[in-house]
Design a protein around this ligand. Structure first.
Ligand code: HEC
Length: 161
């Protein structure tokens, strides 16, 4: 349920606030039934928590990018088959620990591909299929990956966060 991450966060925050409210009630309200200061604090805390929850919907809460027609499990196998690990470190892919190319450990959170393309599925697939065609002079060679296989690879790479 990746898409519900922000909602879950808001739910958690409200659950926390409820506990806080009960605590306040027990501590103060019994002794001073009308407690405007407590209420003001509570409102301030509520507003702050909501703002934090909404601000928290950034990078980490963002859902994994979906690649149409891409299967992460097949992608993982293909990354091994094409030996992308000869140049990259790729978590979950056996023997992929080289440092010749940039590490792909948190690729799903990156903003750019090769510092050149916005990191979305279509540009990423284009990159994997033909790096020099996208960025002349790059050290990553054209490895003859088909667009279909590149989609599977992209799907796996986006799970790395
Ligand atoms: C011969 C070494 C080599 C091989 C093999 C290789 N790459 Fe690369 N790769 C590189 C280099 C070098 C870069 C950096 C290119 C640049 O920025 O110009 C790169 C960049 C990338 C990037 C962008 C990384 C970033 O931080 O922006 C991705 C994604 C990528 N490679 C995926 C793959 C995949 C998938 C394979 C296997 C099909 C593969 N690479 C095989 C050398 C390689």
């Amino acid at each position: 349920m990746q898409g519900c991450a922000p909602l879950k966060k808001i739910h958690d925050v409200f659950a926390l606030l409820y506990g806080f409210f009960r605590f306040l009630q027990e501590q103060y309200v019994r002794e001073t039934p009308r407690c405007p200061t407590g209420a003001a604090w509570l409102l301030a805390a509520l507003a702050c928590a909501l703002a934090c929850a909404l601000a928290g919907c950034g990078d980490d809460a963002a859902p994994v990018q979906r690649v149409a027609g891409g299967d992460p499990a097949r992608g993982k196998a293909l990354l091994m088959q094409f030996q992308c690990g000869a140049c990259h470190s790729i978590p979950g892919v056996e023997a992929a620990r080289s440092t010749a190319g940039p590490p792909l450990d948190t690729f799903g959170r990156q903003s750019y591909v090769a510092g050149r393309l916005p990191n979305y599925p279509e540009p990423l697939v284009r990159w994997i299929v033909d790096p020099p065609g996208v960025k002349p002079g790059t050290l990553m060679p054209n490895l003859g990956v088909s667009p279909e296989d590149a989609r599977h690879m992209a799907a796996y790479l986006y799970t790395l966060r």
